[in-house]
Design a binder for this molecule. Structure first.
Ligand SMILES: Cc1ncc(COP(=O)(O)O)c(C=O)c1O
Length: 429
């Protein structure tokens, strides 16, 4: 570090250099984030000092966070948004970590030490994940395959789940049991069910998987969750601000009875600033199962308890999210999604002109396109960047280029990209 401080001008000269090496989202079709809405930026700056981790000092921000949670619960069709419990996080990864951590705590409370051979009590003794009679039905022991009690706790989720779950497995010392997907990359419910055993702490479904934008059959996953009395977390980090605003909206939230928590990221299709994720639980009951673990007493702060994974949290991100949601309203988000879906439509038409087509009819604004082997796909991806400056990504499940058509993309960009792609494909690389 320099001994003496620099002049402001010197610093900003340096900053400009750093900023010039950053992307401004021009020619970026690989990212699930976008340029934040100007309203969000303005609000962010106004609340730059606010720490929502110490809400007693920031009553106004705390109030705004409540409104954000309520508005998002409404988008997610919560039957009574005021009953939902939630908060802002740094994004989908943190929301997913926290959701699974609560699942683990819930399991441990009702099952205790897994090393003691409790056979099926793990599932049968856990309280209802929700409150219908169906939810508390204890499954017949014969329906649950017996596994060695020495096995790790596990989470059952689709093969297509985001890589944040790999981190979660390591962090929480749980096993990921990955269910098969169908030809549309939607999880097969029977495969999910077959993986459940006495050590299962919960299920995950995805609304807008990272590679293809597909949505899992959430109602069927909910039935399975209720049958085995397991919590069901929906990772709608990307799709949360898309599916509810499609011309034909898709059910991804709390109107499906067995859904117990949802992660949804305002910093993706919500047009807020980074870092703005939101984790919502159906109600506060989960939280109380994590008493003294995640919900801890906070003697040095202005509040009695803190229930979030992180301590200090950005109040500015809360203000940004509140403002952009209020400013756009549902109508604004519908327009935003319609714009992106129009791009997806245009992209398909342009692809046809060069004899390519999407691997799947895009469900949302993510399009995968096969251009050959994994090797060729990676080569084209690299050349698109090196020769033409396009940032696109590649799927991992199949060899395909992956394009995310975010609000910063234009039809002109797409036409240019397609013409560059054609030139590369014609050049017999
Ligand atoms: C489905 C899904 N879940 C979680 C995440 C992680 O979100 P973040 O990068 O904000 O932590 C992503 C990111 O792309 C995602 O697509």
């Amino acid at each position: 570090m320099n001994e003496k401080g620099l002049f402001e001008e010197e610093i900003f000269e340096e900053l400009n250099c750093f900023s010039n090496s950053d992307s401004n989202f021009r020619k970026v079709l690989s990212s699930m984030c976008t340029v934040p809405h100007p309203i969000a930026v303005k609000a962010y700056n106004q609340f730059i000092h606010s720490n929502i981790g110490d809400p007693g000092l920031f009553h106004g921000t705390a109030e705004m966070e409540k409104h954000v949670v309520e508005m998002i619960s409404d988008i997610l069709c919560h039957p009574n948004p005021k009953d939902a419990y939630g908060h802002l996080t740094s994004g989908g990864t943190e929301s997913n970590i926290e959701a699974v951590l609560h699942m683990k705590n819930r399991y441990m409370i009702f099952c205790g030490d897994v090393s003691c051979n409790n056979n099926h009590s793990a599932i049968s003794a856990v309280p209802a994940a929700s409150t219908t009679p169906a939810a508390s039905t204890t499954p017949a022991a014969s329906t649950i395959p017996v596994v060695s009690a020495a096995n790790k706790l596990n989470l059952v989720l689709p093969k297509t789940a985001h890589f944040s779950f790999e981190k979660i497995a390591n962090l929480l010392d749980i096993q990921l049991k990955k269910a098969d997907v169908d030809s549309n990359f939607r999880v097969i419910p029977e495969s999910m069910e077959s993986l459940i055993d006495e050590n299962t702490i919960g299920l995950v479904g995805i609304a807008g998987n990272t590679e293809f934008g597909e949505v899992d059959p959430i109602e069927q996953l909910s039935e399975i969750a209720l049958k085995y009395n397991l919590p069901l977390h929906i990772d709608a980090a990307f799709g949360g601000f898309v599916f509810p605003f499609l011309e034909k909206p898709e059910t991804i939230g709390f109107d499906v009875f067995g859904v117990t928590s949802v992660s949804i990221d305002p910093h993706k299709m919500g047009l807020s600033v980074i870092p703005a994720g939101v984790l919502i639980f159906k109600d506060e009951s989960f939280l109380n199962l994590s008493m003294d673990k995640i919900k801890v007493k906070t003697p040095y702060l202005t509040s009695k308890y803190q229930s979030t994974l992180t301590g200090t949290r950005s109040g500015a991100a809360v203000a940004a999210t509140y403002s952009v949601m209020k400013y756009l309203g549902k109508e604004g988000y519908k327009k935003n999604v319609a714009y992106c879906m129009d791009l997806a439509d245009y992209f398909q038409k342009e692809l046809q002109k060069i004899n390519l087509r999407p691997y799947l009819v895009p469900r949302i604004n993510i399009v995968a396109v096969s251009v050959g082997s994994y090797e060729k796909t990676n080569q084209i991806r690299s050349l698109l960047l090196e020769k033409y400056g396009w940032n696109v990504s590649a799927a991992k499940t199949i060899p395909a280029l992956r394009f995310v058509l975010m609000p910063h993309v234009t039809k002109e960009d797409i036409s240019l990209l397609i013409s560059d792609l054609k030139e590369l494909l014609d050049s017999e690389i």
